[in-house]
Every structure is written in C-alpha cells, then in structure tokens.
Design a protein around this ligand. Sequence first.
Ligand SMILES: [Zn+2]
Length: 234
Amino acid sequence: MNRNMELSGQSCEHLLWHPEEAHQLHRDALSDYCQLQAAALTDGIELRIASAFRDFDRQLAIWNAKATGLRPVFSDGGQALNLASLSDKEKVYAILRWSALPGASRHHWGTDIDVYDAAAIGEEYTVQLTQDEYDQGGAFYPLHEWLLNAMDTGRSRGFFQPYAQDRGGVAPEPWHISHRPSAGHYEQHFCRDWLESVIVGSHIELKAEIVDNLDDILRRFVDLPKESLSEKGG
Ligand SMILES: [Zn+2]
C-alpha cells in the first residue's frame, strides 16, 4: 500500500492529467473539477488551474530555497524579510506563513487546486495569487464570490476552501479549493509521527527547529478547524 507515499507527494499513481490544462489531479477529483469548470463557464467564469498536484521534492526545493535566502521570504505586509536577522525558529515560522512544510502540503494529494479566472485577465497578465486579486475590486473577485455562492448552495461538486480565514497560521488563500471526497481520506491518515519520520528522513533545511516545534506547527499550520471539516454541501 503506498498510501503514505501519496500522503507525502512521493507517488503519482493516483493522479490523472487534466484534459486541457497541464496539471495533474487526484483521479477522484478530476471529473468533479471539470464539472465545476463547466458550471462556472455558464456564468462567464473561465476557471483555470494555477497549481494542483505538487510533489514532495518540489515543495522541498521551495522550502530550502527560502531557508537559505535563494528565494525571498515575505512579511505579512509583503516586504522581503532579512533572514539573517531572524533566529532559526523565526525563519521556520516566517516560511510557514506562505509555504507549506514539505510532507504537510495538501497539494501533495492532488485533491487541492489553486484557481483563477482566465476570462478576467488578458494574455499578458501574470497571475500572482495575492489577496488583492481576490478582494473587492480585484480581477478575481467575481470568481471568489462565485465559489462562495457555489459552496453555500451545495453546487461546488465537493470542493471547499480550507484556508478561507486567517487563523494566525497559514495566510488566507481565497484561490485554494480542496475536493472533500478525495482529500478526507488523506486527512484521516495524516499523523504527527509519520510526518516527523518524513522530515527526519529528508534533506530539509532547519530540520532541528522543525522537529522541536512540530506539535505547534501542526496545530497552527496543518490541522483544520472543526467547522471546515463539515462540508456545507456540494
Ligand atoms: Zn494552494
């Protein structure tokens, strides 16, 4: 059984390619996503994937690049932080605000997707996935509203938003949707000791600080609040 490999993004066997977009999704999420796309299109929204399945090595590369200063780490205000002025523990928490811990990303499962509206932008526009774009006045505000309405009325094909609110951990991600019927399976099997073994066995930067603070990291950045676990519909 390679469930643990799927859980940590180290298996592709449960994935299918989207017929038109260059992204892989969980085989049980693909047709619901395509139906969500079709429903959005009838309201003038061209739902597109910015990111779907992301494997462990990709997430590890992002983490290590941030931990070593090769990629910027941003503050809540959007300014690049001076990593050299932070303790190792502060570095871990600063990175976690915007990037998932490798092994603990919902994108490893193929059940979670970052989406935008291609109808709202020109060809030359580069999608940023920032709060501004999804807030009132932003290009993707109509998509944001459409998704909320679909979820409220049970027409979201099983998709919900695990990071809709700021709980002090992961910054709000209005672009991130998760397919409940296929993600629930991974949520159930995800556990602390398994994650610790994945972290210890990897070549991750700041490993000691991650392991020392793993319980707190899980509480703040990984565990979902109870209310988001009971899906409203669809
Ligand atoms: Zn995401």
